[in-house]
Design a protein around this ligand. Structure first.
Ligand SMILES: CC(C)(COP(=O)(O)OP(=O)(O)OC[C@H]1O[C@@H](n2cnc3c(N)ncnc32)[C@H](O)[C@@H]1OP(=O)(O)O)[C@@H](O)C(=O)NCCC(=O)NCCS
Length: 342
């Protein structure tokens, strides 16, 4: 168990509910691997450019008949197995995605059916790459208040369906996958200590998928104009990502009176190795503290932190009682951080 002492921010607000712990994690990535060498055959790029600018070596691509809900259900089943809960025990499913199977019904409802979680309410949230921490903070409220016993959160993306495979600026960055967690009260455990969420809609244009919504419904022109693919101002996004992730991390650490040295594992959104290094450095974390798997999956958006958390737990990087910092950033702009006692 951790010997760290900290302030419980919940107590300041006369919080009287239960604590909320992550009692199981799971992830799933599709089988097909797209390497940098494969990309060299598709656009004018090189393994050397991609590796030095992003740290990404390969990413996973879902099959044509494999959708976001399929990836999500597989990750969820693994998280449920670790938590020892059955589908019938799930009260609520919160699914974070920017690549839903379709605009409606929600992908969460499709996952509810695939899991056979017949008692569960289900809804999607959209906070782009920040989705997993948003889902965690929302889901924890239901457990803490006692409204629900078992909440399943999932971040799942089929980014390959919205990437413009002719745009070398973006197509090298993203991949498909899903990460899931089961949230429950674990007696005696402190679990989620605090979380912070933020957004800045004035910078919405930095990273967007303009077509397909009410502002730009699908037309022959919108398709020809490639408006149904994501677009990004990489340089500005980079700067904002580092700033927001550092300040969100510092906020949750300060709230709990915890120093970065006391955190066993920092799990940042896996967008780009240079972003991860810059965030780690500014937080004063040593390399061993910062979990990195971006080389194998690229940026899987809402799935990224869930996949990384699963790998960190199963790989023995995180043990019961350790302090874990999750920190995310994405389109919106959105950001967030969560500090947990595992
Ligand atoms: C996208 C990103 C890797 C680009 O790196 P960068 O160092 O900023 O590179 P630049 O934008 O300055 O581009 C440099 C050159 O490389 C070129 N380039 C872009 N993508 C390329 C690729 N895949 N292969 C080869 N050259 C490429 C550009 O066209 C540009 O050429 P030019 O100078 O002739 O115009 C980087 O900005 C980034 O990671 N941004 C954040 C992206 C992100 O994480 N988004 C999600 C947040 S959730």
């Amino acid at each position: 168990m951790s010997t760290t002492t900290f302030t419980n921010p919940r107590a300041k607000h006369n919080f009287v509910g239960h604590s909320c712990s992550i009692t199981g994690v799971g992830s799933y990535v599709p089988e097909r691997i797209l390497t940098n060498a494969d990309l060299e055959k598709m656009v004018e790029t090189s393994d050397e450019w991609i590796t030095t600018r992003t740290g990404i070596k390969e990413r996973r691509l879902a099959a044509a008949n494999e959708f976001t809900s399929d990836l999500a259900a597989k990750a969820a089943e693994r998280a449920m197995a670790m938590a020892g809960v059955t589908a019938a025990q799930i009260d609520l499913i919160i699914l974070a995605t920017i690549t839903p199977d379709m605009p409606f019904p929600s992908t969460a409802c499709l996952v509810q059916q695939k899991l056979g979680a017949h008692r569960a309410a289900a809804f999607d949230i959209e906070a782009a790459c920040s989705g997993f921490v948003y889902a965690l903070d929302i889901g924890a409220r239901f457990v803490e208040s006692g409204a629900h016993e078992t909440v399943l959160i999932v971040g799942a993306e089929k980014m390959s369906s919205v990437v413009d495979w002719t745009d070398r600026n973006t197509c090298v960055l993203f991949g498909d996958g899903a990460g899931a967690a089961v949230l429950r009260h674990r007696p005696g455990a402190r679990g989620l200590l605090t979380a912070t969420l933020g957004s800045d809609g004035s910078k919405a244009g930095l990273l967007e998928l303009p077509g397909g919504g009410s502002a730009c419904p699908a037309t022959a022109e919108s398709v020809a104009g490639r408006r149904h693919f994501l677009r990004m101002d990489g340089k500005e996004t980079f700067k904002n990502a580092v700033q927001a992730m550092v300040s969100a991390s510092n906020e949750v650490l300060q709230r709990c009176g915890v120093s970065i040295a006391e955190v066993r594992c920092v799990i940042p959104h896996q967008a780009n190795l240079r972003i991860l290094n810059a965030v780690g450095e500014r937080l004063g974390a040593v390399d061993e503290q910062v979990f990195v798997n971006v080389a194998r999956y690229g940026n899987t958006s809402a799935a990224s932190v869930g996949i990384a958390l699963d790998e960190a737990v199963r790989g023995g990087r995180i043990r019961r009682g350790d302090l874990v910092l999750l920190v995310v950033f994405g389109a919106g702009l959105t950001w967030g951080a969560a500090l947990l006692e595992w």
